[in-house]
Design a protein. Structure first.
Lengths: 353, 253
């Protein structure tokens, strides 16, 4: 399967995009609505005009029309042909290529329906399918003509959380099995982290950062990326003392914090502002992951009140819901107690050690 | 299930039966003013039998039917063809739409004087009138149908490797069928209404002409026979296309 390379791509929203999707990789384009994610897919598919060059396996495809590029494409709406049965939808690309006899088409369709586990739906029409079933049909249809690369534009966006989670795993399984280079668009960070080999964060038509999911999360390259992933508190860890049972004690700017780990050296930890609890009285229970700090600033936001608290050498951001803030009589300079929930702490481990 | 549909059919026919019975009674009891202008239903039935037996009704009916079929089929096919072209290729739409927009509002019968001079009074005249009558509504319904096909389907088909022609024949036209059939259904009945009017005004044969002859002889029963034939044909044509639409699109709509 070939690599996809964007060279100096400019198109309305996109601004000099350079990006490389390597062979057999699943790269997620992550960004807000209107960031230019779908535009990049449309450029690879050949649906829109652009300046710059797109290369598949090092060969420019800019002059090749969309129907000759050999691209598998699943749109956000899935766009299953409503007048064709599931089997005919899946076989559409094979028939369009005119390179297969009818028995060959039938065999390939059966093979794909089996792969996405919907053989029993072959004779049904799309209107009678559930969201998850439609997604499977769309995927089978896109990969039926053995495309060179696969483009998925928010394919799970219309599904309920449970189905979406299940299908992410399925999708990853199929992508691994086929070893097909894939670009996957989403605005959901969790979805991106679950499916991606690498994530490219895009904002206003510019690639802000490209990296493995944990790199993007723990080493955000810009304020935008940090905000996009939820503005977590990221703390460097100075030493790492193994306590057994999958937990270690790390020192982060003078705070001894207990965190879970996979047996490697913990380099950084991250905790979302909403996962640091604030109390004006000493909290009950053991003193693990409980610290004392002083409020250095207070900022009102739509989600809640954000407090900057100095604890040890760290300046931590904690988020308190509006109604709780009003009950607590908090002010700048006031001493507060911080509680970090063990299960909510995310760790970045150095897997090379 | 069968019994249920029989009951439903019975309820559909009942008002018609009551209407015919009331008609017969009113006419027989001379309740309507100007009674010779209002023959009982039974007299109309007898006249229907006579006209059928002596072949007058059959000949007139076949004349009208052949005109409607030829005019309607050619007009509809031309409308579908042109509509697909104009809906699919914007340049064709831009070039032709201004002309058709000017011609469309002219009622089909409005062409009659001009066509009588251009074509003369022969079979080409009513067929051309029906052609015009069928062409425009089918054209505009087809354009709407083709344009309304979601571009997402077109993009998807293209990504799957389909050529423009294949996309047109396997995606766009099938998805435009409901709109095309709406045009056909509406115009199938309209073609009968127009042919009768044309035959009454200008053509010496056909159901319309038979009605005009009956009018001059004050044969109300013959006029009513013709009107019933007309009503049945309008209804049958409309139902036929409604049935075809249902048959071709029911599974996936």
């Amino acid at each position: 399967m070939p690599s996809i390379e964007f060279r100096n791509i400019c198109q309305y929203i996109c601004n000099d995009v350079n990006l490389m999707v390597t062979d057999k990789e699943l790269l997620v384009l992550l960004g807000h609505n209107g960031a230019g994610k779908t535009t990049l897919l449309n450029i690879v598919a050949g649906f829109i005009d652009y300046r710059g060059s797109v290369l598949l396996d090092g060969v420019p495809i800019d002059k090749i029309p969309a129907n000759k590029r050999g691209i598998g494409y699943v749109s956000q709406n899935l766009d299953l042909f409503p007048h064709l049965t599931v089997a005919d939808n899946v076989g559409y690309g094979l028939r369009a290529s005119k390179q297969h006899t009818e028995p060959e088409v039938a065999d390939r369709v059966n093979e794909l329906l089996d792969m996405v586990r919907i053989t029993h739906l072959a004779a049904r029409y799309p209107r009678s399918l559930s969201g998850g079933e439609k997604q499977r049909v769309a995927l089978a249809r896109a990969i039926a003509p053995s495309p060179r690369v696969l483009l998925l534009d928010e394919p799970l966006s219309g599904l309920d959380t449970q189905t979406s989670k299940y299908l992410r795993v399925e999708l990853r399984r199929i992508q691994h099995k086929l070893g097909i280079t894939t670009m996957y668009v989403t605005h959901d960070l969790n979805e991106a982290e679950e499916v991606a080999d690498r994530i490219a964060v895009i904002d206003k038509g510019r690639i802000e950062q490209v990296g493995r999911p944990e790199e993007v999360f723990f080493y955000p390259a810009s304020r935008m990326v940090s905000d996009f992933v939820g503005t977590p508190n990221i703390l460097d860890c100075a030493y790492c003392h193994n306590l057994g049972n999958g937990i270690v004690e790390v020192d982060c700017g003078g705070l001894p914090i207990i965190v879970p780990h996979d047996g490697n050296l913990v380099k950084r930890i991250a905790l979302f502002p909403r996962d640091i609890y604030i109390s004006d009285a000493p909290p009950p229970g053991p003193g693990v992951n409980r610290f004392v700090g002083r409020i250095t600033s207070i900022k009102d936001t739509r989600e809640g009140v954000r407090l900057e608290v100095k604890a040890g050498d760290n300046r931590l951001i904690a988020e308190v819901p509006h109604h709780i803030f009003e009950d607590m009589d908090l002010a700048v300079g006031k001493k507060v107690h911080l509680i970090m929930k063990l299960r909510r702490i995310r760790v970045y481990e150095d897997k090379n050690l | 299930m069968k019994r249920l549909s029989r009951i439903k059919l019975g309820w559909g026919i009942l008002p018609i039966v009551i209407f015919l019975v009331v008609w017969e009674i009113v006419a027989r009891l001379n309740l309507a003013p100007g009674q010779f202008l209002f023959p009982p239903f039974s007299v109309v039935v007898v006249e229907f039998y006579h006209l059928t037996a002596n072949g007058v009704l059959g000949d007139s009916f076949l004349s009208s039917l052949s005109r409607v079929l030829i005019g309607f089929c050619t007009g509809s096919l031309a409308g579908i063809g042109m509509g697909v072209l104009m809906g699919w290729k914007e340049i064709a739409n831009k070039a032709l739409n201004p002309i058709f927009s000017l011609l469309y509002p002219i009622p089909a019968l409005g062409w009659l004087p001009l066509l009588m001079l251009w074509l003369g009074v022969n079979e080409a005249l009513p067929i051309t009138i029906i052609f015009i009558c069928s062409f425009f509504p089918v054209l505009y319904n087809t354009i709407t149908g083709v344009k309304n096909v979601d571009q997402g389907y077109v993009k998807t088909a293209r990504a799957l490797g389909a050529s423009d022609r294949r996309i047109l024949t396997t995606v766009v036209i099938p998805l435009a069928l409901p709109n095309i059939f709406t045009g056909l259904r509406l115009e199938a009945g309209m073609a009968w209404r127009v042919i009768i009017a044309a035959e009454m005004v200008a053509i010496p044969t056909g159901i319309g002409a038979l009605m005009m002859k009956a009018e001059s002889l004050i044969r109300i029963d013959i006029i009513i026979v013709c009107l019933i034939v007309l009503a049945v044909m309008c209804l049958s044509f409309e139902k036929f296309f409604a049935y075809m639409e249902e048959r071709l699109t029911r599974q996936w709509r």
